[in-house]
Design a protein around this ligand. Structure first.
Ligand code: HEM
Length: 221
């Protein structure tokens, strides 16, 4: 297990840069740096890239706890918040691209799409549900919410399913990719359900709220 200093000074900054690369690749292409371009349909390219990465980061965040347990690496949980916030960031960028570049802030069209196009309704619901998770991701909010924090953050299970459903519904022909995502999400959620069933019932003993999110993160989500 890496030392807390290595996690804080090396692993977390490196992960931060790594997670920003998809965003930077879009900025690069938008400014045509080094010959990169956004292709013939730039709005679609930007929107799809952000949507894909939003979904990937959601799934990666969901995988942290199982992977931690499968490989016996408890420190991995310290990276979960950053991954979750990146998921939110990419989904927000995906939404803003749609709102500003695709819809051009044409409000009646936007409201009509959200209410009448089911795949957009579902994507929008997933985005709305992500907001309280992002807002309560700080140490302070975690301490303030106590046990409710964990229950609230279980929303990520619903959000992941909605996100896959949104992807599945907007695909026109080949549904292979969304079905692969569905399979992965079901395995990750199924593992949690199985763990919960296997766990012996414990008497809840009240204990002081954790001082530092890094050292004392709750088990789930
Ligand atoms: C958790 C939330 C969301 C996730 C993970 C997500 C993810 C995705 C993914 C993976 C795609 C397919 C991209 C591709 O074809 O390569 C997509 C497409 C799309 N999403 Fe989302 N999305 C989310 C929320 C939203 C929201 C809030 C909106 C708008 C209100 C939206 C609007 C769209 C549209 C219009 C497309 C089709 C783009 C096209 O025609 O190429 N999504 N989304």
């Amino acid at each position: 297990m890496p030392s807390p200093t290595v996690i804080r000074r090396v692993i977390k900054p490196a992960l931060f840069v790594l997670c920003a690369l998809p965003f930077l690749s879009i900025v690069w292409a938008a400014f045509e740096i080094g010959g990169a371009t956004l292709g013939t349909n730039p709005v679609e390219k930007v929107q799809d890239t952000f949507g894909q990465w939003g979904l990937r980061f959601l799934v990666i965040t969901l995988a942290v706890t199982p992977v931690r347990d499968w490989f016996g690496q408890p420190w991995l949980v310290q990276l979960r918040r950053m991954l979750g916030l990146y998921a939110f960031f990419y989904v927000l960028m995906h939404f803003l691209t749609w709102l500003l570049l695709d819809q051009g802030l044409y409000w009646s069209g936007i409201l009509e799409d959200i209410s009448k196009r089911p795949f957009i309704t579902i994507g929008f619901t997933a985005l709305l549900l992500l907001i309280p998770l992002a807002v309560t991701s700080t140490n302070k909010m975690m301490r303030r919410l106590g046990k409710r924090w964990k229950s609230l953050h279980r929303l990520v299970y619903v959000i992941s399913l909605l996100a896959v459903w949104h992807y599945y519904w907007q695909v026109k022909a080949d549904t292979t990719e969304p079905l692969i995502y569905l399979g992965i999400v079901l395995v990750l959620l199924g593992w949690r359900g199985w763990q919960a069933r296997m766990r012996p019932q414990r008497t809840v003993v009240s204990r002081p709220a954790p001082k530092s999110l890094g050292e004392n993160l709750p088990d789930n989500p």
